[in-house]
Design a protein around this ligand. Structure first.
Ligand code: HSE
Length: 438
């Protein structure tokens, strides 16, 4: 049988990995797909020929991505350019030309996925995006197919390798933030704009996709709450550790009776949870289904070959699906397109979670009672209180509190009242806390 002909857009970190994997594992892949997979036409503005094994296997290499999507010979276009534009235009044109698409572009899917999937349905083609979430970890396949029997209750994931690498290096080696980030960039983990990593935008793109796959709702990136790790202080990492917790940058989506939570933020989690021990650039996604219970998916969330592993797996899937009736393929968002629900995404005020609070207070009688009184009046139950030694040169003392679960709206009111007390200096540091109990 003729090999499937692939058009490759981009030969950077991931594109180079795809060329390498397709070349290195060509025979094994053919045994699985039933046909060979051959890159017939590639486009790249620049690439490092010394870093890519198998360049000689590519039929033609140019620099015009539109020439690839318009090439009549191509069956599947692999978009590895990243970003919103021209990736959106290229993918839509490939679909218009009747080609299947494989992409690793989470930003594109999170923001323009609804439009792209509608266009793909119209043309009867597949848009596959396993590499868009958690790099080499096959979490999309697990959610769409392996867990199809379940009512998904919640998902919590470490879905940005760069952020997890930085937090781990800071905790274990006392490295500073900029130094750890620079190394993640040099290793090819970080986004072109690394604020996407540290401010949680990249994780929010991925969480948006996970939430849609879990709950059968349209992609709504603009409704996903996003808070980064750039304000995490060393003292909070240390206090959390003393209390038996680790701070991880999590993407959390949960279904409650009122709607769906979609939030990315630093989170205290008990140190004994497996996911609390996922360190470095590794990713992990914890999925709670009503039938299966909690399941955990772990692996490299970024990097050349791990991400290429997911891209090539999609290519194998699409190659197998070439001859199937489009109506009988796995739906893009896991649920049949006419079965997507309009269940609302909750605002952060409506989200219920527990909290770690740290504040600088005067060390004098009655202060603790005043603060506890405010929390009590706002209906917030305290789980633990610790007063720490004053930091060097300071007259005030850090007060740490852990609370039980409460609506964020109530917590906002309590924090505003605490911050207005004369005995409290500066802002109250608040880090959300989850037990992630199965
Ligand atoms: N910048 C991303 C990360 C790459 O660090 O996880 C994979 O999406």
């Amino acid at each position: 049988m003729e090999p499937v002909k692939i058009g490759l857009l981009g030969m950077g970190t991931v594109g180079g990995g795809v060329v390498t994997v397709l070349t290195r594992n060509a025979r094994e892949i053919e045994r699985r797909a039933g046909r060979g997979l051959r890159i017939a036409h590639a486009a790249a503005r620049q690439y490092n020929p010394d870093a890519i094994a198998g360049l000689d296997q590519i039929g033609r290499i140019g620099d015009d991505a539109f020439a690839v999507v318009d090439d009549p010979e191509i069956d599947i276009v692999v978009e590895l350019i990243g970003g919103y534009s021209p990736a959106r235009e290229l993918v839509l044109r490939a679909i218009e030309n009747g080609k299947h698409v494989v992409t690793a572009n989470k930003a594109l899917i999170a923001r323009h996925g609804n439009e792209i999937f509608a266009a793909a349905r119209e043309k009867g083609v597949v848009v596959a995006f396993e590499a868009a979430v958690a790099g080499g970890v096959p979490i999309i396949k697990a959610l769409r197919e392996g867990l199809a029997a379940n009512h998904i209750e919640w998902i919590a994931g470490i879905i940005n390798g760069t952020g997890n690498y930085i937090l781990t290096e800071m905790r274990d080696k006392g490295r500073d933030f900029g130094d750890a980030l620079a190394e993640a960039q040099a290793l090819g983990y970080a986004e072109a704009d690394p604020t996407f990593d540290v401010e949680g935008i990249d994780a929010a793109h991925k969480l948006t996709i996970l939430g849609s796959l879990a709950f059968g709702i349209p992609l709504q990136f603009e409704r996903t709450f996003t808070e980064g790790i750039s304000k995490i202080e060393a003292q909070d990492v240390a206090y959390a550790g003393q209390l038996g917790y680790r701070i991880k940058h999590l993407g959390i989506t949960r279904r409650s009776g009122r709607g769906i939570e979609m939030r990315v933020h630093p989170t205290l989690i008990p140190h004994r949870r497996l996911i609390a021990n996922v360190d470095g650039v590794m990713n992990a996604v914890l999925v709670k289904g009503d039938a299966v219970g909690p399941t955990l998916y772990y692996g490299a969330g970024a990097g050349s070959l791990p991400t290429a592993s997911a891209v090539v797996a999609d290519l194998v899937d699409v190659a197998r699906a070439l001859t199937t009736d489009p109506n009988n393929r796995v739906p893009h968002l896991a649920f049949q397109p006419d079965e997507l629900s309009d269940f609302p995404i909750l605002s952060m005020d409506q989200v219920e979670t527990a909290y770690y609070l740290r504040m600088q207070v005067l060390d004098q009688p009655g202060v603790m009672a005043q603060i506890a009184g405010i929390l009590g009046e706002e209906g917030i139950s305290i789980e633990a209180i610790q007063q720490k030694e004053p930091l060097e040169g300071e007259t005030q003392v850090p007060l740490i509190m852990l609370t039980h679960r409460v609506l964020e709206g109530q917590m906002n009111q309590a924090i505003a009242r605490i911050e207005s007390l004369d005995s409290v200096t500066g802002a109250v540091v608040r880090i959300r806390m989850e037990t992630l109990a199965g």
